[in-house]
Write a protein that binds this ligand. Structure first.
Ligand code: GLU
Length: 306
């Protein structure tokens, strides 16, 4: 059996909180227990929200928690060509189209469709209204002219054609929330998602599947908020000929208000807990986790090319 490869993949748009600690510790401890590798990947392709200073703070928090990971750490912003290549492959399959519509135009089209049909617009698994497909109605001459004029646009996937091409898909879930077993993927539930944004060369969905494959990740342990997005990830893996890792989506850590912790709110940050005198053992206790598995700190860290 090949050695399992785990990863923790934070986005540097704020300080880590207890929810991240749960993900990071579960990945790290599983790697130690199973004699596998533990990688950290910085998901910083969102130029607007990512801030370089948070990278150092994240790595410092992980070191404080005692979670030794391999070096060097892969930073997505340094590998944009890998994501562009994947997008080109999807484009060659005829599955992408440019989407010029602004948020306001999309919202207006959704409202008009709701008014015309008298029924609420369909929503994706995260609760957002589905993109109503307005850019698919543009004629080829208009698309050409707007592209030639350099009009900013996103690239969306033709989800109906993509799902048909990919065929029926599922994934292996060792979830804490769903029963362990194979989960059927339902990418159509997401509609024509954006795979390259107006302001970023690739979306999270593209970068995550490309990197998991490039880094040989065999096991993805992450928060339950990404459970349904796995349908998109399985679709892209299939279309791009990439292997599918095993998935485990863990419970979310909720704040005192019963809501998901958010980085931007700075709630329950590890930094804040540390400054208030908490120890890594306190963090584990608060998360209902035991001590690190034996051998955790003594593991040699291999230096591999990122
Ligand atoms: N970068 C994502 C986040 O911080 C996690 C991605 C993943 O684990 O697949 O929410």
């Amino acid at each position: 059996m090949t050695e399992p490869v785990f990863r923790f993949a934070p986005s540097p748009n704020g300080d880590l909180h207890l929810g991240h600690a749960l993900s990071a510790i579960l990945n790290h401890d599983a790697a130690v227990r199973e004699g596998g590798r533990f990688l950290v990947r910085i998901e910083d392709i969102d130029g607007e929200r990512s801030r370089p200073e948070f990278v150092d703070r994240i790595l410092e928090d992980l070191a404080w928690l005692g979670l030794a990971h391999e070096e060097p750490v892969r930073r997505q912003s340094e590998h944009l060509a890998d994501y562009t290549a994947a997008l080109e492959k999807l484009e060659d399959l005829g599955l992408l189209y440019p989407s010029f519509a602004s948020r306001a135009e999309i919202a207006r089209a959704v409202a008009e469709a709701e008014a015309a049909s008298g029924t609420p617009a369909p929503r994706d698994p995260d609760g957002a209204t589905l993109y109503p497909g307005i850019d698919r109605l543009l004629g080829p001459a208009e698309v050409d002219a707007r592209l030639r004029a350099g009009e900013p646009h996103a690239m969306r996937i033709r989800m109906d054609a993509a799902a048909l091409m990919a065929g029926s898909l599922d994934w292996e879930e060792a979830g804490d929330l769903a029963p362990a077993g194979r989960v059927p993927a339902d990418p159509l539930a997401w509609g024509d998602v954006v795979l390259a944004r107006k302001d970023a060369p690739a979306s999270y969905h593209v970068a995550v599947v490309v990197d998991d494959a490039l880094q040989g990740v065999t096991d993805v342990i992450r928060g339950a908020d990404l459970f349904h997005a796995t349908s998109i990830h399985r679709l892209l893996q299939q279309l791009l000929g990439l292997p599918a890792p095993r998935y485990r989506h863990h419970r979310l850590v909720l704040g005192p208000d019963g809501r998901k912790l958010s980085k931007s709110k700075g709630s329950s940050s590890l930094r804040g807990l540390r400054q208030a005198g908490a120890t890594p053992a306190d963090v584990r206790r608060r998360l209902g986790l035991g001590p690190p598995p034996p051998g955790a700190m003594a593991r040699p860290q291999r230096n591999r090319y990122s």
